[in-house]
Design a protein around this ligand. Sequence first.
Ligand code: ADP
Ligand code: SF4
Length: 689
Amino acid sequence: MRSTHYDILFEPLRIGPVTAKNRFYQVPHCNGMGHRAPSGMAAMRRVKAEGGWAVVCTEVCEIHPSADVSPHSHARLWDDSDIPALARAAEAIHQHDALAGVELGHHGFRAQNRTSREIPMGPSSHTVVSYDPVQSRVMDKEDIRNLRRWHVAAARRAKRAGFDIIYVYAAHGLVTPMQFLSKRYNQRTDEYGGSLENRVRLLRELIEETKSAVGDTCAVPVRICVDELVGPAGLCSNGEGRDVIEMLADLPDLWDLTVGDWSNDSRPSRFGDEGAHEQYVSFVKQVTGKPVVGNGRFTSPDTMVSQIRRGVLDFIGAARPSIADPFLPRKVEEGRMGDIRECIGCNICAAADNTYTPIRCTQNPTMGEEWRRGWHPEHIPERESEDQVLVVGAGPAGLECAVSLGKRGYDVLLAEGSNELGGRSAREPRLPGLAIWGRVREYRVEQLNQLPNVQVFLASMMTAQDVLDTGANRIVIAAGSHWRRDGVARYHRAPISELDQAAVFTPDDVMNGKTIEGPVIVYDDDHYYMGGVIAEKLRSDGLDVTLVTPAPLVSAWTVNTLEQPRIQRRLLEIGVHIRANEALVAFRGGEATLACAFTDTRQTLKARSVVMVTARLQNSTLYDDLLARSSEWPAAGIKTVDRIGDAVAPGAIAAAVFSGHRYARELDQTPCGDDVPFRRENPELGSWP
Ligand code: ADP
Ligand code: SF4
């Protein structure tokens, strides 16, 4: 059982007319499922309730067609026909005695209204934030009255859907009440603009009207941005951010505190530690008697206790930690700290929303698969055969596979060629900013230590003969991949012909400590994090570094993980030269040739080395050798040889973990053949024709 030190986390606490059974509060978070996949969304929330969260909220819920942020798939309460989808979530959350919260939102000038084709509207006329060629119109008094009426109508629908907590949302710059609050966005001159008293008017009205509509049985919290991180030009915690909380102090039933925009609120671990918001939010409890929740990638129960004891927060808010481990509260309650699957702050979860796809998580391969594949983060079916499984390679894929097979009860051999477990999840965390990513390895090694049926063999570089000699029945190759040296990726689909190979290196070389001489070009045609990280590492080693990329941005894909602007800023600040929209086309005799990605205009650049951050190649030797000897499998007792993770196709760590988990789940299951391997939420269309 848990130590009494953590008892405080399990105290019940009132929120207006409802009571939360403990202090674990899953704040609203998007999930890419929303109104398009309501059963998936509901099942995902249900698992969190089962895992012990006292409050489980939906993502933002559009209250009206003029709040349409499609193609993002968030919750919707446009009219009564949306109630059943959300009722499903509330009901699922209630199954495990948690309070169900819904975050009502109107997106003001952030709503492009691509589906509804309504004209976006906000306090003032602004360009919408995507590059859609459309501006918002200025809301007149009737628009404001309409918005207030829609909010009340949506609140009543939310209550009918079964929610206990119905939010007024005024954070992240995303929604109309915040756009009215912040002088950055509100340039009105009527009673809704100008002084803070005027700018706060809409928020006050929405709180009062929502409370009078549903507040008899439902709590009405406000999610607010206390600091926009732009100083006195916007809301700030020693200026107007504080003033707003003082003005409304006890009006809402709870304050849910955020800082900056979403990229700061879900700050990647490369750029912020656990509890990074404290300095901005700690004043709030001094100016309100209402409970306060805040987030900050809280994964350590000691940090949580400290936040509460020191009077910073009343509830421990979590989005990402609840995604990585839906059972975090239960594990703390049961004193199973080592079993907590800690969030690594990689924001692959956010990338799902940003790419309009169902949520996924690096640490938790079952996230988003609760309904469609029936996966559960803590339960996995027992083995269905006595087969012994050999997993070759202990990177993220091999580790996850061995752990999950071990939990199913299989007899597992895990052979790793190097002297340490983890593969890339051991090597990459030594690069700048990636230390926390080592939790991918740490969590799984901790689990392996609890599984006597998984035997681990280090320093065991397996050949085909070794594999045949083990006597294992199922062979899983998780041998990973290595970075290419020949320039092949997106720009070059065939190797670059003019390359001075002696001076060409790869990220593997950098991680292996090879000496690289400057000036060095880091050529990034991968576009995820590695190019930026390698440039940062070499620059901090004192080299003159130029990052060349055919993309317009450094680490361009990290726009989706909310990291990109910070990566580019960091590189510029430490003095990395950046040449965007250019491809490396030759490197010989200390001179690189760069081609404009649009015109092919050539320029030269002196350099002593090039680090190619391009595509990767599967480590396929073992698999190929085994295939070549397939006639020997029956005698050796081998039934199947499969590949997982980067050994099949190099990708993100999340994909490798998923791949390893999927293999373990599906072993000895009837293959689905040509059937779709997961359930879909196809609408009922009746018969056809
Ligand atoms: P993934 O992301 O797919 O898990 P990694 O590259 O992180 O891939 O890990 C692959 C691991 O497999 C590395 O630790 C590597 O040392 C190990 N490995 C590769 N080939 C063999 C082999 N033939 N025998 C044992 N281990 C191997
Ligand atoms: Fe945390 Fe990454 Fe999982 Fe998101 S995807 S919850 S950031 S581990």
